[in-house]
Design a protein around this ligand. Sequence first.
Ligand code: ZN
Length: 548
Amino acid sequence: MIRRLLVTAAALLLAGPASADSLIDNVDGMTLDAGGRVLRFTGLVMTPAGRVVRLLKQGEKRPDRPDWRADMKGRVMVPGFVDAHGHVMELGFRALELDLSDTKSLDEAKAKITAYVAANPERKWILGGGWNQEKWGLGRFPTAADLDAIVADRPVWLARADGHASWANSAAMVAAGVSAKSVSPVGGRIEKIGITPSGVFVDSAQELVGKAVPKPLPKDLAAAFLKAQAILLGFGITATADMGTTLDDWMTFRRAGDVGSLRIRIMSYGAGLDDTIRIGGVGPTPWLYGDKLKLNGVKIYTDGALGSRGAWLKASYADAPGEVGAAFLADDVIRNRMSRAAMDGYQVAVHAIGDKANAQVLDAIEELSVTYEGDRRWRVEHAQIVDPVDLPKFGKHSIIASMQPVHQTGDRKMTEARLGPDRLAGAYAWATMIKNGSVLAFGTDYPVESPDPFAGWAAGFTRSDADGQPYGGWQPQERISREAAWRAYTMDAAYAGFAENQFGRLAPGQLADFIIIDRDPLLASASDLRATKILETWVGGVQVFERK
Ligand SMILES: [Zn+2]
C-alpha cells in the first residue's frame, strides 16, 4: 500500500485546515530532542505539507477526527538518517556499472570482469570500480597486464574503492595517449614498472585516462541518479550531503526535481570552486523543490587517501620510507580558494586525511576565521589522521568533523601498516572531537563504503567490525555512546549542512522524514543493530520506500 497524502489534498482542503493534519499512530517512536536526549512517543501529527505538528505520548488523547490516520501497528519509528558525506552519482554509476566491491581476490575480480565483458558486448568502454588490493591480500597494485590477459580488445577503466586511484588496461592507455613519456601531474602519480606506466593512476593522474572516457548522456545520468536515490531510501537515508557536485550532477538533480522524481533531500557541495560558482552564481542557492535540493558550498581536496598512500603525512609512511603522500594545494592556494568561497557565503568543506593535510586546513581556518566571522561551520571531511597536538583546533573554531565510522573498522589494519604503532593516538578520534567541542557528523562516503547507516552506527559505539573484531574495540578510548553516534548520524549531520531546523530529528516544525524499522535500535546489541531492516521510508510525510 502506498500512502500519499498529496493525492488527497483536495479533499483535505474542503475539510478545512484544522482537520487537514494527519496522524501516524501506534508507533514505538523514538527521536533525540534539541539537547540530544532520547524522547519516546507513540504518535506523530503532521501537516499536509509534511511537517511535524506534534508528537503524542502513550495514553495522550488523539485528535478528535483525523481525516487520515495510519496505524503502524506498534512498529518502531525513528528519524530518517542523514549521511553527512556521500557521492550520489558515483553510487548510481557503481550500481549500474561493473562492481568489484565484493571481490576478495584478484582472480575473483578477473572472473567477474570476464563475465561482465561477455554480457555487455555493446559497451565500448568497460567502466566500473570498487576494487581494493588490500582486501585481495595482493601486496601490490594490480597492473594493465592483469587486465590485458582477459580483455585486450576494449578499453577497461576501473576505480579503486576509495576513488583515489584507477586501473586501466593497455587499450585504455592507448586510447588516452598515455605512454612511457607521460609524466605524473601535480597532486597525482602514474604508477610505473621501470619506465612504463603499470596501469594504475593515483589521484589527479586519473584524469590522464579519465579524459578519454566517453561522457555519460543525460539519460545515463538520470538512470544513475534514480538508482542511487532508490538505494539510499532503501537504507533509510532521507537526506544526504553530496560531496563534489559537478555542474552535470546538479543539472541531473534539477531535472529530477523538475519532473517530480526527486524524493531524497540533497545538500550539495560543488566539485571545486569553478563548478560551485557556475551552480550557485552569487552564493548558496535557496532550498529548491520543497526543501529537497540546496547548494551549500564547495568541496575542496587537499590530499588523497591512505590506501593509495596519497594521504599527506607529517612523517614518512611506515610501510614506504621516504614517501609522505601528496600535497594537492600549496598553503597560499588553499587559503585563496577557501577565502574566495567564504567571501560569497559558501560553506567550505575540505577533504583532509593525513595529519599534515589536517594541519594545513586547520591553520588556514584559523587564519580565515579572523576575516570571515559568524556562523561559518567550516567542515573537514574525513579528519582521519590528526596529530594530537592539532586536535584541540577542531574545537577552537567549532569546526565540523565529518567522519565515517565504517572507514575506521574497514581500514584498521591498513591504517596500522601505513602509520606504524606510534601515530594512532589521533586516528579516527571521535570521542576527542566531541570532548573538544567540535561537532561530529557521521556518514559513509558511499560508494567507497555501503551507505548502510546501521553498520556505521554500530561501529560508532563499538569500534568493532561486523565480526566483532577487534574485541573491545580498536583504540577503544575513542568510542562514543550509542546516543552520540545516533546524533552524529541524524541531527548533527543536518547541522553540518545548516539544516538542523528542517530535519535530523522529529519535533514540531521539523519535516516528517522518518523510517519504520523492525527492531528497537536503542536496545539491540551491536550485531543485532547491524541486521536492522528498513520496512518503510517517508520523506516530508510521503512514503517513498516500502520493503516488499
Ligand atoms: Zn568522499
